[in-house]
Ligand binder design. Sequence first.
Ligand SMILES: [Zn+2]
Length: 308
Amino acid sequence: MSFRVLVVLFFLIIGFVSSFSYTIYLSKTTVEIIGDVIFVRVESGNFTNMFIRTSFNTNILFPFYYLSGSSVSIIPIPFGVVSKNITIEILTNGKVMYVDTLKLKVPKEKPKKVVKLNLSSESRSIITNVERILRDREYIFKKISSINNYYFQGSFPRFSLPSTNRITSGFGIARRYSDGRVRYHNGIDFSALPDDNVYSVGDGIVIISGNFLANGQSIYIYHGYGIISSYFHLAEIFVKEGDFVRRGDIIGKIGGTGIVTAPHLHLGMYVWGIGGYVAVNPLNLIYLDVKNQDFISQLSNKKISDKF
Ligand SMILES: [Zn+2]
């Protein structure tokens, strides 16, 4: 048999196997902290037609991304989730091809004291401008919805802290505002001193750079794989929409624009899907060990199915 025939046979067999056999892995079924993420890896899946739907957010479809020969998707675990069964569905070409129910263990959070925020009278008047806040939200949602999935393929992004300053407020802390409503902190805050530089947490493309009523001067960066970082209340912005930035690049200065009690940097990180995006704890992504070979094996902790 000639070499050429062997090569053709090889690809025919590989093609046959890959179109009928999928193996699904989960990075974990135990969530360590709120705002955690679970990776789903499908070996030999066709990432362009595959989506994840969860019982948390049935209105959001999380795409798959190509990573080292596998299809990988990220499921963000939102606020307020307690230990329970969650359903994960894998859709291909619009049809549900795989359904699994996972017993998700979430550590019991001690009921946290609600932190009272004393806003200035200026901030109090800002917060009542609901129309402008909704308009800002709609603008941001539109920009994020138009993310081009395929800007980034290749190795998974590595993240680092956006500031060398102290973290002053963690993810998920309940805070009561002057209007009486309790909101959960959907990011982490850094003090404004001593270093007021804001560094990009990872390589990416600037998708939003502008001034918003509640969040002040803001930057949103898309890092590929559905991951977005956002930086609020900046005093200065050094990047514009469409700019590519590198991890550690100085993108702005910490400030006190928008609704704040004092100057600080708010870092938010989100997992984007078709139909919405979910805030996750930035520290989970920043401290993820993604040196590539190890990363793939981390994603293979639990095999949940041999085929679907
Ligand atoms: Zn914050």
